[in-house]
Design a protein around this ligand. Structure first.
Ligand code: ZN
Length: 278
């Protein structure tokens, strides 16, 4: 099952067409994403044999963020060994968790105004929480997850790394710095939801690529470790970390410039596209 939002309304997506959940269910299911995720079992059961007669064609730019207003947004630093190495760190022994404040969440196709400083890219696969819960053991963790989507953890490095110790969250929470989408894809749609390929292109150049099987702490481990502290609720997001190839670790460093376009693609899900403006 693939779902997202169009004009703020929860939709299923299939072959470039979308089905409005609230209307097609005759009002049985809600129109908002968090409301639908809160009734995850019911939504899945209905979707399994929904009538697609009223489905409409959709263009990529019509999708909003699959969860427009998530309650909590977790993000994980240094979750790929080569990226930990390029950043000058040894691999962490426990997930390094910070937040992207939810007001940074944006749709999959958008223009992003570059703030002062040095703005960098980080492609990430994002886990979207469905049922959620507390104290979820790793072997049951995927049951709490609705699916995966594509994300960018856009980061203004000057503010991110200022001070000792540095604080990550503000520099990663400017307007438009958390684009996600175009849809969430449930785990059963992947050959192996723990081995999903992705790549990030800046103009013609592939700047990052990898597979989620290379994560130090895979999705189930992140869900277990985070839910041991924070209750995971429907619609919460976990940005699962970025691989090597970010701009500030290149020689010379490279940052996003006005007029550039960044495309982030995850196999089996789709791509998101940000154009940058001054
Ligand atoms: Zn990140």
């Amino acid at each position: 099952m693939r779902f997202g939002t169009v004009a703020g309304r929860l939709v299923l997506e299939r072959d470039g067409r979308v089905l409005d959940v609230e209307r097609a269910s005759g009002g049985r299911l809600p129109a908002d994403a968090v409301g639908g995720l809160a009734r995850w079992g019911e939504l899945r059961a209905w979707a399994a044999d929904a009538d697609w007669g009223a489905a409409q064609p959709v263009r990529p730019e019509q999708f909003g963020p699959p969860v427009p207003v998530p309650g909590q947004v977790f993000a994980v630093a240094l979750n790929y060994r080569p990226h930990a190495q390029e950043a000058g760190f040894t691999a962490p022994e426990a997930p390094l968790v910070f937040t992207k404040f939810p007001s940074c969440i944006a749709g999959p196709v958008a223009e992003v105004a570059l703030p002062a400083g040095k703005v960098d890219w980080e492609i990430e696969v994002v886990a979207v929480i469905g049922a959620g819960g507390r104290h979820l053991p790793p072997e049951r963790a995927w049951d709490a997850v609705a699916g995966l989507t594509v994300g960018q953890d856009l980061s203004e490095r000057v503010q991110q790394l200022a001070g000792t110790p540095a604080q990550f969250s503000l520099g990663k929470s400017h307007a438009g710095f958390g684009p996600i989408g175009p849809v969430v894809v449930t785990a059963d749609e992947f050959d192996d939801p723990d081995d999903v390929a992705f790549e990030c292109r800046l103009g013609d150049e592939v700047v990052q690529h990898g597979r989620t099987s290379e994560m130090i702490f895979p999705v189930a481990e992140l869900v277990a470790r985070i839910s041991a502290v924070c209750e995971l609720r429907p619609g919460d997001l976990i940005f699962t970390g970025t691989p090597a190839g970010v701009g500030n670790r290149r020689t010379p460093p490279r940052y996003l410039q006005p007029g550039e376009t960044l495309v982030s693609a995850v196999a089996g899900i789709g791509e998101i596209r940000q154009r940058f403006a001054a």
